[in-house]
Write a protein that binds this ligand. Structure first.
Ligand SMILES: Nc1ncnc2c1ncn2[C@@H]1O[C@H](COP(=O)(O)OP(=O)(O)OP(=O)(O)O)[C@@H](O)[C@H]1O
Ligand SMILES: [Mg+2]
Length: 275
């Protein structure tokens, strides 16, 4: 479990502006937790607190009981918590794709044949197996992002923290990555902590946390929060297309379609029944 207790974090020394405010949260093993919120709400700061990249000014972050503020714990914590930063350029370190993906597993001290297996498997998972010998700097933004994701997959962390993993990907790439991640969560029990502004990607999340001004404004199962049209708008989050459509049909056409419908096919059936 990752446990955050009463966390305050500020980028400025006098603590006048808190990026994270009195945040407490338990992230369970094997769960899929999504974090949403408008620009500047604290999502990326939150992810960086999870692996000790940032340390709280007040409060405590513990990864399986290990305090991130204790320097001696950092190397174990970094093995357990894989963090994907939002901009891929900052994470690519080598001149060849396979070396880049191997960087993490090499740092874990794994034998060469195990590293080879992991690199090949990870590149396949993100459909980039044809680019093994390619220089990363010649790839597109979305392709670079896939290589970064492969680098984290190859490390097989217990907790995968991904800050906007699909933002640069095309619809097919998005679907593939989300399917791969969900498969890993289900088959290997990896915890997924995904930051996104796209609710379509997190319909299957176990829990959604909504951040605003560094505070948790809601924390509940996806099915409870996704239909809350007005609340999501207030939080600066674009509701699902189905939710928007239901809202419009009910408000402007006087229909009484259940707001809990998330699936487009189910909505079409419901509309046909209603008119
Ligand atoms: N390096 C930094 N130095 C100073 N302030 C920062 C820094 N990074 C973030 N902040 C501030 O901290 C707050 C939270 O930023 P954060 O990057 O965590 O938000 P976010 O939810 O990830 O936003 P976005 O959706 O734009 O990625 C913002 O007010 C931001 O201006
Ligand atoms: Mg961010």
């Amino acid at each position: 479990m990752i446990r955050l207790k009463n966390i305050n974090y500020s980028y400025v020394h006098d603590n006048s502006q808190l990026a994270i405010k009195n945040l407490s949260l338990d992230i369970r093993e094997g769960e899929f937790l999504a974090v949403v919120g408008r620009n500047g709400s604290g999502k990326s700061t939150f992810t960086r607190l999870l692996n000790g990249l940032l340390l709280p000014d007040q409060g405590k972050v513990e990864v399986d009981g290990l305090d991130t503020a204790d320097l001696q714990n950092l190397s174990i914590i970094r093995k357990k918590v894989g963090l994907l930063l939002p901009v891929p350029d900052n994470q690519l370190v080598s001149n060849v794709v396979e070396e880049d993906v191997a960087f993490g597993p090499e740092n874990l001290g794994l034998p060469a044949d195990e590293i080879r297996r992991r690199v090949d498997a990870a590149l396949k998972m993100v459909s980039m197996e044809d680019y093994v010998k390619h220089p990363p700097y010649l790839l597109s933004g979305g392709q670079k992002q896939k290589i970064c994701i492969a680098g984290i997959l190859a490390m097989k962390p217990k907790y995968m923290v991904l800050d906007e993993p699909a933002a640069m990907l095309d619809p097919q790439g998005r679907r593939e990555i989300m399917e791969t991640l969900l498969h890993l969560q289900e088959s290997e029990g990896i915890s997924l902590i995904i930051v996104t502004n796209c609710l379509e990607e997190i319909v299957r999340a176990d829990r959604i946390v909504v951040l605003d001004e560094g505070e948790i404004k809601a924390e509940c199962p996806a099915k409870q929060i996704l239909p809350k049209h007005d609340f999501l708008i207030e939080m600066g989050i674009e509701p699902l297309e189905t939710t928007t459509l239901i809202h419009l049909l009910n408000e402007t056409c006087g229909l009484k379609i259940s707001e809990d419908i998330l699936d487009i096919d189910e909505l079409v059936e419901e509309i046909c029944r209603s008119v």
